[in-house]
Ligand binder design. Structure first.
Ligand code: SF4
Length: 354
């Protein structure tokens, strides 16, 4: 006779896990973890990947009003192009294959400012992959340039944009967005930017920022929205759960957040709900810390993200895990849990680097 667990397994394997399935499975963590681990192994085997990259946050000034933001400053900086190039050079010197560029929303910046950054980098480092600009930044650039999203993305691609971080997703539910980031693009607008990027040949990651005012059902529905979009476009490279960091921001005031089982359950749920549409579930070592990141790798995750070199956004909101992790440290963490370290590029191609 088939058990309930067999039913869950076959629905997950068929990519047909529902909200109700996920709500029920959430209550049985031991089974959730073993199912997620099984599906991770079927998707990618025992490899655990990481990328050598550098974050460059070109400005911390912003006209946004997100209540969870600890990054923006009234009297902040705007990084001149020569400084961006200097940071890029330092990244290339440690064999980085990617620079990840994001910043606040400057009131007078249009698409040409964003293109200028990429053209300057590509001019000096034509081989380097530029992973840049959230859907919110693209939306902002389009508005300020009186251009459509499609035209804006085409300009960015021509200037060297290789892929985009799927940040600014937070929780894709307008009830939540109105509370935590009322001036940000809506769920529908986020999906529109990302879908258009995929159709323009720009892959993106997908993220979720969880652990604030959202319900479990809203988390699950967010992940299912990503799954449906992936079925249509195939443009997501990975899914990255990002826990809310409560320090130095309005939303976190009075909130006491502890990391642990809830984080592991979310990574596991993501694996189960996104199987087999999205193969890569990334765990953020910056936000979770090294030990919990290792545990997440046993609960469905298979990627540790990037070396980063510089990490301002999480650090300003209370992350204490550091701003750089050397490739040797990634290799050690991965081998410690008896998995196989593999350096990758942004698009998950194997790199014979380290
Ligand atoms: S999260 Fe981004 S868009 Fe929102 S206020 Fe901060 S820097 Fe601006």
């Amino acid at each position: 006779m088939r058990s309930i667990q067999d039913d869950y397994l076959s629905r997950a394997e068929a990519g047909k896990f529902t909200t109700e399935d996920a709500l029920a499975l959430y209550e049985i963590p031991s089974f959730l973890f073993s199912l997620a681990d099984k599906l991770r192994k079927k998707s990618v085997g025992d490899d655990v990947t990481y990328v050598i990259n550098r974050n460059i946050n070109f400005t911390n000034m912003c006209i946004g009003t997100c209540k969870f933001c600890a990054f923006k400053k009234q009297d902040g900086y705007i990084m001149p192009i020569p400084e961006i190039l200097e940071k890029t050079r330092a990244a290339v010197d440690i064999n980085a294959t990617e620079v990840c560029i994001q910043g606040g929303l400057l009131p007078d910046w249009d698409v040409f400012n964003y293109c200028e950054i990429m053209e300057s980098i590509k001019n000096e480092f034509p081989q380097l992959h530029i992973h840049a600009f959230s859907p919110m930044e693209v939306f902002h650039a389009a508005e300020n340039s009186n251009m459509s999203i499609k035209e804006t993305l085409s300009c960015l691609k021509k200037s060297g944009l290789g892929s985009m971080p799927g940040t600014a997703a937070e929780i894709l539910a307008d009830r939540v967005r109105e509370e935590i980031c009322p001036d940000k693009l809506t769920t529908h607008e986020w999906i529109d930017v990302v879908r258009t990027a995929h159709r323009t040949g720009i892959p993106t990651t997908a993220t979720i920022m969880y652990g604030h005012i959202e319900t479990l059902r809203e988390r699950i529905e967010h992940i299912l929205t990503i799954r449906e979009l992936q079925k249509k476009t195939g443009g997501f490279t990975e899914f990255v759960p990002l826990p809310f960091m409560p320090l130095n921001n309005m939303l976190g005031t009075g909130m006491n957040v502890s990391r642990g089982i809830e984080d592991l359950k979310l990574h596991a749920l993501a694996r189960v709900l996104l199987y087999p549409s999205i193969k890569n579930i990334q765990v953020s070592w910056v936000k979770l810390g090294r030990g919990l990141a290792q545990s997440a790798l046993d609960c469905g995750a298979n990627d540790l993200g990037g070396t980063l070199m510089e990490e301002k956004i999480s650090k300003s909101a209370g992350a204490t895990s550091g701003e750089y992790m050397a490739p040797q440290e990634f290799e050690r963490l991965i081998m410690e849990i008896k998995r196989v370290p593999k350096q990758r590029d942004t698009l998950y191609r194997h790199v014979n680097g380290f």
